[in-house]
Design a protein around this ligand. Structure first.
Ligand SMILES: Cc1cc2nc3c(=O)[nH]c(=O)nc-3n(C[C@H](O)[C@H](O)[C@H](O)COP(=O)(O)OP(=O)(O)OC[C@H]3O[C@@H](n4cnc5c(N)ncnc54)[C@H](O)[C@@H]3O)c2cc1C
Length: 289
């Protein structure tokens, strides 16, 4: 059973109930599954897990943007099946840009299907020459009539070859660097989208390289909206979007940790060790800058 004691102070009662339910599910239904013997078996099992998790409702915290609940679900799934955890993580990575955007068309097309485990998501940002430095990515999205032509190669893409849609980051204006990156939802069966090769790991995790060869998508597939470079779904705004919880005040503190830490020092009792509430405050001020 998931040990929530170390983080109990940060959880609501609903999270505690969720932890019990998801632990029970993972222990009974996922832990007994045999580890896939090869990459093909892992790909097959990933699709089965997607349906199983979706039917059981475990993707709902993604839709609710309840990140504490997402952590609880991931922790329980990972303890029983690392592959189930990967399926959950990728579903969130592929869907959150859609949730953060104002693009109702894409949400109508994919959201229910993804949350119910009928459509598998994938997140395509990394490239052979652009990993940590996402702003230097080379994939392009060229305007083409009422749509875009996507070109480039994405590597280390989880769910490559088995996903139903890829959430793809491509540059729309290289001169603007990170401000010129757009985010596109690309159906996997779009002509010009191709699995170049699977990348086989020693542990079961569907991974691969995807090529976009003048893959044409309609303008409505762009999440950050035409002409609005680096808006709602750019990597930077996803990273800085306010989470559902811990509550907004904690998020504000986390966004200006230096000021917060000075304030909390001024208010401290002078004790060498943090009180539980000052510890909690400094934890919420993570990451340090
Ligand atoms: C199992 C697996 C699944 C993945 N799934 C996906 C996916 O679904 N979608 C996707 O888009 N990507 C995915 N990735 C790619 C992953 O996100 C990248 O590996 C990551 O962004 C790092 O990029 P890189 O491997 O090119 O390393 P690099 O960027 O080359 O970095 C190499 C090392 O240098 C360090 N480094 C880099 N820049 C700096 C700097 N400025 N200062 C100090 N240190 C630095 C890094 O921390 C790292 O230790 C996956 C990777 C793996 C291994």
């Amino acid at each position: 059973m998931l040990d929530t004691a170390p983080v109990r102070a940060f959880l609501d009662d609903t999270h505690m109930t969720l932890a019990e339910r998801v632990s029970d599910f993972a222990t009974r239904l996922l832990a007994p599954l045999a580890e896939p013997k090869d990459d093909a078996a892992a790909r097959h099992q990933a699709r089965e897990l997607l349906a199983q998790l979706g039917t059981a409702g475990w993707f709902q915290p993604i839709r609710d943007q309840d990140w504490r609940a997402c952590c609880i679900v991931r922790e329980a799934l990972a303890a029983a099946s690392p592959l189930a955890d990967a399926v959950f993580a990728l579903q969130a990575l592929g869907v959150v840009p859609m949730l953060l955007s104002s693009n109702d068309t894409m949400r109508k097309r994919w959201l229910d299907a993804a949350i119910q485990g009928r459509a598998m998501a994938s997140f395509a940002m990394t490239e052979p020459e652009a990993g940590s430095d996402a702003a230097s990515l080379g994939a392009t999205a060229e305007p083409d009539g009422d749509g875009y032509l996507l070109s480039g190669t994405k590597t280390f893409i989880s769910n490559a070859g088995i996903a139903d849609f890829y959430t793809v980051f491509a540059t729309t204006d290289r001169a603007k660097k990170d401000k010129g990156i757009g985010c596109f939802v690309v159906p996997a069966d779009t002509p010009g989208v191709r699995l170049v090769r699977p990348l086989v790991l020693s542990s079961p995790h569907p991974l691969g390289e995807i090529a976009f060869q003048k893959a044409r998508v309609p303008a409505e597939c762009r999440l950050d909206g035409p002409g609005k470079d680096s808006s709602s779904a750019s990597p930077r705004s996803i990273a800085s979007a306010p989470p559902s919880a811990p509550p907004r005040a904690a998020w504000r503190r986390a966004r200006s940790p230096r000021r917060w830490r000075m304030r909390s020092r001024a208010g401290s009792s002078g004790s060498r060790w943090p009180t539980s509430s000052s510890f909690k405050r400094s934890w919420l001020a993570w990451p340090p800058i």
